[in-house]
Design a protein around this ligand. Sequence first.
Ligand SMILES: [Zn+2]
Ligand SMILES: [Zn+2]
Length: 147
Amino acid sequence: MTVSDHRLQDAIDTLKDSGVRITPQRHAVLEFLLNSMTHPTADEIYKALERKFPNMSVATVYNNLRVFREIGLVRELTYGDSSSRFDCNTSDHYHAICDSCGKIVDFHYPSLNEVESLAEQVTGFTVSHHRMEVYGTCSHCNAKTAH
Ligand SMILES: [Zn+2]
Ligand SMILES: [Zn+2]
């Protein structure tokens, strides 16, 4: 068993424990997400799987992603535009985003808890979470423009 097989099995167990039926499409969406390190959009998942499941619609993909999100298997990253991206790495981590190709890369950094408590003091909010992103040009895009 590879690492992602283990993660897939864990995720399937979580779905079963939550009483979610495992359809072949649901299984495929989950597997694609777990194997993808790219934080895909629903559209990208749909395009990757449409040949295998000609009857599947983008709405089906969205529904599955919503179910996964409610159970806590994926995080939805909204960027205020058309498409949310989906992240199956639910451990605390931050993102580096390429301005040029839109790629999102995970990186780990100690969670910025002080920022949350300072924000609570200053604003009176009860802070639930935060997101931190750095932007720039990824190594792939840098290499493309280097020559
Ligand atoms: Zn890039
Ligand atoms: Zn991520």
